[in-house]
Ligand binder design. Structure first.
Ligand SMILES: Cc1cc2nc3c(=O)[nH]c(=O)nc-3n(C[C@H](O)[C@H](O)[C@H](O)COP(=O)(O)OP(=O)(O)OC[C@H]3O[C@@H](n4cnc5c(N)ncnc54)[C@H](O)[C@@H]3O)c2cc1C
Length: 290
């Protein structure tokens, strides 16, 4: 995608030289910001030009999606991710940190356990250095919880320092009292899951969101990945969707002589795809968690 966008991609002038996941390159000072928005792309305006575009890829909390190009403060309707009604507690453990029987359970099959108001699953992922060799991998677990017990979302999203986080509390910052209370629930889970979760050093929690947008291109700013559509994780499709958005955008730009026609074709295809994946995620998630 970077190759296709070279020459067509602009960068936020206020962040010259700073690598940016929103796709603005250091040598393309073709985007201007108002003085009040120097440290943000939220109100960024692209100078109209036949060969300039920009890509917003900052995930679910994308400021680009939430702030309209007209510079107004309000998030436009339909551009805020909606809480799906449950959270995911998560963590990873080196596979060597758990007994052989537990390791075998999670490395041989994709393991799920469903309980009332909960769903937990575990599976192997590459080690910190990307290795997939036995003994070097990590075990990853995801515990979906609709918070029907004593913990409410407000409490769960309050971190160890007492700050209320917006959608997630990162590794190392969970409030210990919250996590200890959560762990009491593990007593009813199969032993392999209880061991896996208890052996986790830095668990974290994320709210699950749904998001669909009605446009992915605005004044040649293109939204890709979770900045545009957030599908519930049960689809296991978010990463390939994000990559697909980027690859197809590059292909569209390469195959059209006219940039606006390329963006319009790309948008129409990816809107339909994003919508389908989000709907599928809602169906799957609701069937487990409601
Ligand atoms: C519990 C859970 C489990 C999941 N499991 C799977 C799975 O098994 N398979 C799958 O395919 N998908 C899964 N997903 C979804 C997947 O993680 C996302 O769909 C995917 O990561 C989206 O990619 P993205 O690049 O659009 O956004 P992100 O991965 O969120 O990347 C956005 C990047 O932008 C950066 N950023 C944000 N703001 C700024 C800023 N102001 N300046 C600079 N950088 C910034 C962020 O740090 C981040 O690196 C799961 C999601 C959740 C919540």
């Amino acid at each position: 995608m970077a190759r296709s966008l070279a020459g067509a991609t602009a960068r936020c002038g206020s962040r010259r030289g700073t690598p940016s996941t929103d796709g603005f390159g250091p040598d393309s000072p073709t985007i201007t910001t108002t003085p009040a928005t120097r440290r943000s792309i939220s109100r960024l305006r692209i100078q109209r030009s036949p060969s300039r575009t920009a890509v917003g890829s900052r995930g679910t909390s994308s400021s680009r999606r939430r702030a309209p190009l007209d510079g107004s403060r309000a998030t436009p309707p339909g551009r805020r991710a909606e809480y799906a009604g449950y959270v995911a507690w998560r963590g990873t453990v080196p596979e060597t940190a758990v007994p052989e029987q537990v390791r075998e359970q999670f490395t041989s099959v994709f393991t799920f356990h469903e309980a009332e108001n909960h769903l937990i699953l575990g599976y192997p992922i590459p080690g910190p250095d990307g290795s997939v060799e036995p003994g070097e991998r990590r075990l990853n677990w995801v515990w979906y919880d609709n918070l029907s017990g004593s913990l409410d979302r407000e409490t769960v999203l309050t971190d160890a320092a007492g700050r209320r986080r917006e959608g997630a509390v990162p590794p190392g910052e969970l409030w210990e009292a919250v996590w200890n209370e959560k762990c009491e629930r593990l007593a009813g889970f199969p032993d392999v899951f209880e061991t896996l979760v208890r052996e986790t050093d830095d668990p974290f929690v994320q709210s699950i969101f749904d998001l669909t947008v009605s446009s992915m291109v605005e004044d040649r700013v293109c939204l890709v990945g979770d900045a545009a559509f957030v599908a519930r994780p049960h689809t296991a499709a978010g990463t390939s969707k994000a990559a697909g958005d980027g690859v197809t955008l590059a292909e569209a730009i390469e195959s059209h002589a006219d940039l606006d026609a390329a963006l319009a074709d790309w948008e129409s295809e990816r809107l339909a795809y994003g919508q389908r994946i989000v709907e599928r995620g809602v169906q799957m998630g609701d069937s487990y968690m409601k």
